[in-house]
Design a protein around this ligand. Structure first.
Ligand SMILES: *[C@@H]1O[C@H](CO)[C@@H](O)[C@H](O)[C@H]1NC(C)=O
Ligand SMILES: *[C@@H]1O[C@H](CO)[C@@H](O)[C@H](O)[C@H]1NC(C)=O
Ligand SMILES: *[C@@H]1O[C@H](CO)[C@@H](O)[C@H](O)[C@H]1NC(C)=O
Ligand SMILES: *[C@@H]1O[C@H](CO)[C@@H](O)[C@H](O)[C@H]1NC(C)=O
Length: 510
């Protein structure tokens, strides 16, 4: 766009900003592949150069703004103390088995729902089977991701859970159901089925065979019209029973220590810290950090049908991808880029997220942890963000290859690690709505932690206005995000209890 509107101006600015925009030409602190400006003419260029210039010159104090790091005030909501003593059904009515699709965060919701359904049926739950997702390709099992003993133990007074079926039912496997129609498989659970549906349709199967295998199971339990006990049980699973395996937590703690105490260079940061005297600890205040979940992959870019500034080559590549994957049938493709941006339907690019964070008052000393899989367009796409936030880290920059070996290439374990780190951050922000965003919004709401939800429609409109200066942009952004930082939003009908845990799973402190 810039090139068309004023190639000359762009060229001059580019030359002036070259060392700033492409510092990685000369050094690559994170060890990412450095793109060469000269070999990648199609590399995505900054699209909001005047704003980027303004942001790069932003002062390093907050000035008239409020401190962006200030934690959320107490909002009067707490996790509920259970008033009723949980009751384990006297006799299990059989075994419930589920097979869960999707990535880690979708499976997480499926696990919570499976516990609830087993409870509704007074059945014994078999540890859920996690399907291999065609996109993420991770075959890790429940036990390889979650601490299974903790899971069973936290829920032991409410529901019985077994790691494996007893011998007499060992025939009930995924392969068994894949090869023929079977009487013990429940295939017809409607999306958001009621408790009544399960009692009417699954109880008889349990009665006859002692086992019921429910597949598909994702999104198969309603969010409304369930007893308070069942809703609280779902939250207990999500927020208490599901903990990751030890080595994920350990890697996560390692990352967090490095973000909070960057000067303690030793491999054993924890030990160094533990050996310090109280006085030393007081001197070395833990630093704060932001986790940015940046899902900006080709799939998402193509699906949104927006223009991301990569020029003709990128447009063609994304159009081709849409054709191959969805036969070109992408709802958004009937709209122009401008229409989509006005409606807030374009995922924010790394550059745009950087401008948002800068406008909210985060200066260039902010420690930013990138939680993401891979970024479409590579390092070139991230360079503007990196210029705004030079202290940007990720798993690769903070954890040695040897330590990462156990989780390398395993999408679910990598996502688990990012989830763990995200839960410990001072600020969490996600560049696009999705399962990971929703899961963390819900969990952080439960813990009253600050979470910035980008106002996509507002930002879309602001970025379309090419005559807007930095200070106007900043004022509009701050105004538009005052109430998007983690304030409690009560769940409305049909909304997910995992994204909106209040009021069902949280109680108002008196
Ligand atoms: C941060 O910005 C200030 C100007 O506001 C500049 O002097 C300083 O060098 C920058 N620091 C880094 C690490 O880029
Ligand atoms: C489950 O057990 C509870 C308590 O034992 C009982 O009140 C309820 O009717 C049972 N429900 C089913 C479907 O068996
Ligand atoms: C919940 O139940 C009530 C009464 O049975 C019904 O009117 C309402 O539509 C139900 N809500 C949902 C979201 O299913
Ligand atoms: C763009 O921003 C300028 C400066 O704030 C403002 O005067 C103008 O009305 C805006 N244009 C549109 C179309 O919103």
């Amino acid at each position: 766009m810039f090139v068309q509107r004023g190639g000359g101006v762009f060229a001059c600015l580019l030359v002036l900003l070259l060392p700033v925009l492409f510092p990685n030409l000369f050094s690559s602190p994170l060890g990412h592949a450095s793109p060469s400006v000269f070999s990648e003419w199609n590399a995505p260029k900054p699209r909001h150069l005047p704003l980027l210039k303004g942001a790069l010159q932003r002062p390093s104090s907050y000035g008239w703004q409020s401190n962006p790091w200030s934690p959320l005030p107490d909002q009067g909501w707490k996790s509920c103390k259970s008033s009723v003593t949980p009751v384990l059904p006297r006799k299990s009515r059989g075994y419930v088995q589920v097979f869960l699709d999707g990535g880690l965060n979708q499976q997480r919701m499926g696990i919570c729902d499976a516990v609830a359904v087993a409870k509704i049926l007074n059945a014994t739950l078999v540890i859920p089977h996690l399907e291999v997702n065609p996109v993420w390709q991770d075959s890790s099992s429940f036990t390889e991701i979650f601490d299974v003993d903790h899971f069973i133990n936290v829920l032991k007074d409410e529901i019985s859970i077994v790691k494996e079926l007893p011998k007499e039912y060992s025939w009930s496997t995924r392969e068994y159901y894949a090869t023929a129609i079977r009487a013990t498989r429940i295939k017809t659970a409607p999306v958001h089925a009621s408790a009544k549906w399960y009692l009417e349709n699954v109880s008889p199967v349990l009665q006859s065979y002692g086992i019921a295998a429910i597949a598909p199971f994702s999104h198969r339990l309603a969010f409304d019209n369930l007893s308070m006990d069942i809703q609280r049980l779902r939250c207990k699973v999500n927020f208490q029973a599901l903990a990751f395996v030890h080595h994920v937590n350990e890697l996560g703690d390692d990352i967090i220590s490095r973000l909070r105490y960057p000067s303690a260079k030793s491999a054993a940061v924890d030990k160094t810290y533990l050996q310090m005297t109280t006085d030393q600890k007081a001197i070395q205040e833990p630093l704060k950090f932001v986790v940015l979940h940046l899902r900006f992959d080709k799939d998402m870019a193509a699906h949104s049908a927006c223009d991301f500034g990569g020029g003709k080559a990128e447009k063609l590549a994304l159009a081709k991808y849409r054709q191959v994957i969805w036969q070109g049938r992408v709802l958004n493709s009937q709209f122009t880029d401008e229409e989509l941006r006005n409606q807030g339907r374009c995922p924010l690019t790394p550059e745009e997220i950087g401008l948002l964070l800068a406008a909210l008052g985060f200066d260039n000393s902010t420690r930013l942890y990138l939680a993401s899989h891979k970024v479409y367009g590579g390092e070139a796409r991230i360079s503007s963000l990196r210029n705004l936030f030079p202290l940007m880290e990720d798993k690769k920059s903070l954890v040695s290859k040897e330590k990462r070996a156990k989780i390398e290439g395993k999408a679910s374990l990598l996502a688990a690690l990012d989830y763990y780190v995200s839960m410990q951050s001072d600020i969490f922000i996600s560049a696009s709505p999705g399962n990971m965003h929703n899961a963390l919004v819900g969990h952080r709401t439960f813990e009253n932690l600050k979470t910035i939800r980008p106002n996509m429609a507002l930002l879309g409109q602001l970025f379309l206005n090419k005559s807007m200066g930095w200070s106007e942009f900043q004022k509009a952004v701050q105004e538009g995000h005052k109430n998007r930082q983690g304030q409690i939003r009560l769940r409305k009908e049909k909304q997910s209890i995992y994204t909106y845990p209040a009021p069902a799973c949280m109680c108002q402190a008196l």
